[in-house]
Structure formats: C-alpha cells, structure tokens
Design a binder for this molecule. Structure first.
Ligand code: SF4
Length: 175
C-alpha cells in the first residue's frame, strides 16, 4: 500500500474500513476483485499475487466474524487460497477429477489452474474454505503430505485419501 491510497481515500471522503465493509456486503470474492484490481495494493506484493490477496480477504472476513463480531460476509464464503501444497493434497486424495500438470516436468501440478475446481468442490461440501485450505496446507507443514516422502501411514486423512502420491507441488517425482 502506498500514499496513493491515502490520497484516494481522502479525495473521496472514505476510510479503508468503510471501503472493506461496502465490498463485503456483496461477497468476499468482490472484495478480492476490488483489492486485486484497485491501485490500493498495486505497489505491494499482495495485490499482484492472487494467493496473497485471497489470504488477506480471508483474514479480513475472519476478523469481522470471529474477533470483532461484526456483520459481514460469512466464513462459509471465504476463498480457497490453493498454493502448491494444498493443490497437491486435492490431487493425491482423488477429489479432483482432472489433474493439470506441467508437461515439461512430469507430475508437478499446476495448482493455480485448478483453483476454481478446488473451490467448487469445497463450496459443494458446505465446509468453511479458509479452514479447509489451512487444514490441507498443514498436512504438508506438519510433515505428512511432503513432496517426495509422504507419511501416509500417520496422515489424519489416510482413510479417505486415494494416495496418488506421484503428484507433487514443486519437486519431481522419480518412478
Ligand atoms: S494419505 Fe498420504 S497422499 Fe494422502 S494426504 Fe495424507 S500424506 Fe498425502
């Protein structure tokens, strides 16, 4: 964020919270689109990175709901961030019917291209996307669903996962 946003808010008689509240009255996705396309964030990394922008929107919705107890978008309307590790869990589990992957580096998935499909699956499940994304990410972070040596035996979702382990987030799987 740079001084242009302060100037823009000042010229329009707004403050940043009011802008967020207005956008959230529609849907979190609208706030995402606003932040992604508005020059409010163009100078920083958040506005240019869809994952970071989605994460920011989710944290704003979380603050409104769980901390400030204000009316706004529901947690069920948060967004799926889907970095490589989260995408990897969805591919390995078998939840995604079609896996998109880099042709030049076999088995390395293209998570960003599958984000919409992942989001649809989670939306149909009725679960809270922010928590699903976080849970899937921690399967990697906690040492279960790592790229090259997944610990399926002790993984919390082992019972429902198809274990298509060849799909990886960043490292090349050797058969
Ligand atoms: S069961 Fe194995 S492949 Fe499936 S999510 Fe867990 S660690 Fe990954």
């Amino acid at each position: 964020m740079d001084f242009r946003i302060i100037r823009w808010l000042n010229e329009n008689g707004l403050n940043f919270i009011d802008v967020i509240v207005e956008q959230l009255q529609n849907k979190p996705f609208n706030l995402f689109e606003f932040l992604r396309t508005h020059h409010v964030l163009e100078a920083g990394w958040v506005g240019n990175d869809p994952k970071a922008c989605r994460m920011l929107v989710n944290w704003i919705v979380f603050l409104f709901n769980e901390i400030w107890k204000l009316k706004g978008a529901k947690m069920e309307e948060t967004l799926m961030i889907v970095d490589g590790h989260v995408g990897e869990v969805f591919c390995r589990s078998g939840l995604l019917e079609q896996v998109l992957y880099e042709k030049s580096r076999p088995y390395i998935i293209q998570a960003s291209k599958m984000r919409a499909s992942v989001e649809e699956i989670v939306s149909e499940s009725g679960k809270i996307p922010f928590y699903v994304d976080n849970g899937a990410f921690y399967l990697f972070e906690d040492g279960f669903c790592t790229d090259l040596s997944p610990n399926c035996l002790n993984c919390p979702i082992s019972g429902i996962c198809k274990k298509y382990k060849k799909w990886t987030a960043y490292q090349k799987w050797e058969e």
